[in-house]
Ligand binder design. Structure first.
Ligand code: NAD
Length: 373
């Protein structure tokens, strides 16, 4: 049975529509950087007639302590709605707050609005929130439909200030979401449709958005692509690329999208079993080849398609001036090697790894990490 369930209403338009919210008491969750920008002034103007409490402490890769702090403020304020505005970190932290607050205040009915200011995580339409536990050095994905936002507002004006590096990181996160959803054991025709569209959008518009942040068309296409990718992986699940990125990200503090991009060609090669079944066709390889044809590959062979796709990822990554190894990013070889085993262990435990098309061993993960050293 294939299902596509969509709870979140998506508005592609200005955040000024927030003034129409019927709720009066609004708890705003954001990050300290955004608080100082014109984006925040626009938000305040839209909420001018409401009672507003702002929680703006959120740091990238939000730790559980910040979620707990937010819950304490919610208890004192008793909001009717949460408006999370920011990148995936602010939206995920707000999701964590909503989830645990609802557990404490059983009758609380809180309307949840997510307004992404990066084009990357798709968190505005997913049942995922990634929270970091600093004590154990792990990133923990909270996965439940209870944290799906009721409303997502995609306002292209908000993403124009995203600097090129973060545009590249978050854009590659979008690509990882659909590559993983497309070959996931949970994929279906619905998630495939979103994934195929997103691959085309990313290869066409991400280089433009990177080159010129004021390019409204490119920014809008990438913002929509990010949400479409969120819908795809919310249906189909993710895979080993994210499993390793979560485990490695918590240890090495490489930005999430950059870690995904460093790993991506090796994960495609691993899933397509390039080294194993050199002469045999593999279903996953055929699926990557479908995607390769969407971006210009003319060969009917799966193997040629996979190789074309890997080359296209590397070319895109180079166009975005992104590192191709952990050392190029700035990590020391010996520091990575010290942590490699624990990262591999945690990657296998990460829930996103469960839907990877090829079951990895700890040794496989170590080898992948060694290749991107
Ligand atoms: P982020 O939220 O950590 O933000 C990165 C930086 O960009 C921050 O310094 C922020 O202040 C800045 N920023 C945000 N909007 C800006 C703007 N408009 N202009 C200028 N600067 C801006 O980055 P992200 O990549 O959006 O989110 C990453 C987090 O999301 C990670 O914790 C990752 O694990 C998680 N994640 C969640 C999901 C999900 O489904 N919930 C999916 C993928 C990743």
């Amino acid at each position: 049975m294939e299902t596509l369930e969509m709870k979140t209403k998506i508005i592609n338009g200005s955040i000024s529509c927030l003034s129409e919210l019927p709720e009066e008491k609004i708890f705003v969750v954001s990050d300290p950087f955004l608080l100082e920008t014109p984006i925040f002034s626009q938000l305040q103007a839209a909420l001018a007639s409401k009672q507003v409490k702002i929680f703006s402490n959120i740091q990238p890769d939000p730790p559980i302590e910040q979620v707990m702090e937010g819950i304490e403020e919610m208890k004192a304020f008793a909001p009717e709605a949460i408006v999370a505005i920011g990148g995936g970190s602010a939206i995920d932290a707000a999701k964590g707050m909503k989830f645990f607050y609802n557990k404490l205040e059983e009758n609380a009915k809180i309307f949840f609005v997510a307004i992404p200011t990066t084009s990357g995580t798709g968190s505005e339409v997913t049942s995922f929130a990634v929270i970091t536990n600093k004590d154990t050095g792990t990133k923990y994905p909270l996965v439940t439909d209870e944290i799906l936002p009721e409303l997502a507002i995609l306002d292209v004006e908000l993403v124009k200030t995203v600097p090129p590096k973060i545009t590249a990181d978050t854009g590659m996160d979008v690509l990882t979401h659909v590559l993983e959803a497309y070959v996931s054991t949970g994929h279906n025709d619905f998630s495939d449709a979103y994934a195929e569209k997103v691959v085309q959008l990313v290869f066409e518009y991400l280089p433009r958005a990177y080159k010129n942040g004021e390019d409204t068309e490119a920014r809008e296409k990438m913002h929509i692509a990010s949400t479409l990718a969120g819908i795809a992986f919310n249906q189909a699940g993710l895979g080993l690329n994210h499993g390793i990125a979560h485990a490695a990200g918590a240890r090495f503090h490489v930005p999430h999208g950059r870690m995904n991009a460093i790993l991506m060609p090796e994960i495609v090669a691993f899933n397509a079993e390039l080294e194993q079944n050199v002469n045999n066709e593999c279903i996953t390889a055929a699926r990557y080849a479908n995607l390769a044809r969407l971006i210009g590959c003319s060969s009917a062979s799966s193997r040629a398609g996979v190789n074309y796709f890997i080359r296209a990822i590397k070319k895109l990554r180079a166009t975005l001036d992104m590192p191709s190894t952990l050392q190029e990013w700035g990590l020391k070889k010996q520091d990575v090697l010290k942590e490699i085993q624990i990262v591999a262990e945690n990657a296998l435990k990460d829930p996103t790894t469960a839907t990877n098309p090829r079951k990895p061993s700890e040794d496989d993960v170590v080898k992948i990490l060694e290749k991107v050293l």
